[in-house]
Design a protein around this ligand. Structure first.
Ligand code: NAP
Length: 232
């Protein structure tokens, strides 16, 4: 059993990777920093009896996404789980954010998931029980002040997820949209927000594992998670 998790070295991606590792999955992990990848691989392989494959890629670039697809397709292992997690967050308003903000976040937050999924879904369909999780956001469910390009990109990712679920029903590949609210990670590290005011990255991992563990007749279409005290 192998899980592919993008943006795996920090935050939510690192927690999901560790959760699947703990459950005995081999992993394919990627980020833009090879040193972080190797350090995380060594940590996981020394803690759990699994194999971790790593690839340094910038998923905002299509040629790197295709490189990752080809790397995964050449692996002997079957791929049961794909978590499209890598994403960039730059707050700003539609009328005030920097030129290029939308292109950048559409590339990283939407096209990475779109092209990677298209590139490896055939390999996943051979397992007969695969699962794809797209890490969307509550920012993709409702407009809010300074949402801008980030919010637009997450609405688009949600649209991609819905269409993908429809198309993959007959192939027995389950597809979930995961919509977290504020979750402790890099984005929040310097915010001054108390750690206990927002969710832990592991909370998202628990929710994903719980959906994955259900019978293959059941799909959790949307997972919406918020801090107990509400959005910030
Ligand atoms: N944290 C939240 O409050 C929150 C809420 C809702 C949704 N989300 C979503 O959850 C996902 C993870 O967020 P996070 O807060 O955990 O982020 P994070 O702590 O900043 O971690 C992002 C991970 O993705 C990698 N990454 C970023 N850009 C990449 C790129 N272009 N190519 C390859 N790897 C890349 C990073 O490694 P490198 O920098 O080394 O590449 C890192 O491993 C994102 O899609 C985000 O939009 C987060």
């Amino acid at each position: 059993m192998t899980a592919v998790i993008t943006g795996s070295t920090k935050g939510i991606g690192a927690s999901i990777s560790e959760y699947f590792a703990k459950e005995g999955f081999d992993l394919v992990i990627c980020s833009r920093n090879n040193k972080d990848l190797i350090a995380f691989k060594e940590k996981l392989e020394s803690s759990y009896k699994i194999t971790v494959h790593t690839l340094e890629v910038d998923l905002s670039k299509k040629e790197d996404i295709l490189k990752l697809c080809s790397y995964i397709n050449k692996l002997q292992s079957s791929i049961e789980v794909l978590v499209n997690n890598a994403g960039s967050y730059i707050p700003g308003g539609v009328l005030t954010e920097e030129e290029g903000a939308l292109e950048f976040m559409i590339n990283t937050n939407l096209y990475s998931a779109y092209h990677l999924t298209r590139g490896i879904v055939h390999k996943m369909s051979t397992t007969g029980k695969a699962y794809i999780f797209n890490i969307c956001s509550i920012a993709g469910l409702q407009a809010y002040h300074n949402g801008g390009a980030y919010s637009i990109s997450k609405f688009a990712l949600n649209g991609f997820t819905k269409n993908l679920r429809e198309e993959l029903k007959e192939k027995n590949i389950r597809v979930s949209a995961v919509h977290p609210g504020a979750t402790m990670s890099n984005s929040w590290a310097d915010s001054g927000i108390a750690e206990d005011r927002i969710m832990e990255a592991n909370d998202i991992a628990i929710a994903i594992w719980s959906a994955y563990s259900m019978s293959t007749q059941a799909v959790v279409e949307d997972i919406i998670l918020r801090p107990q005290l509400g959005d910030l």
